[in-house]
Write a protein that binds this ligand. Structure first.
Ligand SMILES: [Zn+2]
Length: 141
C-alpha cells in the first residue's frame, strides 16, 4: 500500500490510543493489516519510483498536517502515523541502497509474504482512495 493511506490509517488508530508509544505500536500493527487488503503499489526500484515514493510520503504528511491541524492530541496522531509507515521505512536500505540488513531480513520476508493480493491499478488505487476518505472523515470529525 502507498505511504499516504498508511500515514492516515496509522494516525487514525494512533488518535484512539492511550499514549504515544501505544499509538506508534498500533500504527505498526495497522500497516500489516492494511497490507493484507488487496492493493496496488510500486517498489522504489528505479530513480523515478524513488522520487514517487518520497513524493507519496511528503504528500501524505502534508495532507495529515492539514487534516489534523486542530487536533487535540497531535502527539498521538503523529506517533500513530509514523508507526503506520515504519515497516516501509525499515525496507529503505534494501530498496534504496540495495543492501540486505541481516537483522531486518525476517521482517522484509514477512512483509512481502503478507502482500499476496496485488490487483490492477484501478482497483488497487480505489481501495486506497476509499481508505483515505474514511480516515480523513474520522480525523476531521
Ligand atoms: Zn507495507
Amino acid at each position: 500500500m502507498l505511504s499516504t493511506p498508511h500515514l492516515l490509517v496509522g494516525a487514525t488508530v494512533g488518535s484512539l490510543s492511550a499514549n504515544p508509544l501505544l499509538a506508534f505500536l498500533a500504527g505498526i500493527a495497522s500497516h500489516f493489516i492494511m497490507d493484507l487488503i488487496p492493493h496496488w503499489e510500486w517498489k522504489p526500484s528505479n530513480p523515478m519510483y524513488v522520487f514517487l515514493a518520497f513524493f507519496d510520503f511528503f504528500f501524505g504528511a502534508a495532507l495529515l498536517f492539514v487534516l489534523t491541524i486542530n487536533s487535540s492530541d497531535p502527539f498521538l496522531v503523529w506517533a500513530g502515523a509514523m508507526g503506520g509507515v515504519f515497516p516501509d521505512i525499515l525496507q529503505a536500505p534494501y530498496y534504496l541502497l540495495h543492501r540486505k540488513v541481516k537483522v531486518l531480513e525476517p521482517l522484509r520476508s514477512f512483509h512481502g509474504s503478507i502482500q499476496r493480493y496485488k490487483v490492477p491499478i484501478y482497483a488497487g488505487v480505489l481501495t486506497q482512495i476509499v481508505t483515505l476518505i474514511i480516515t480523513s472523515w474520522f480525523l476531521t470529525r
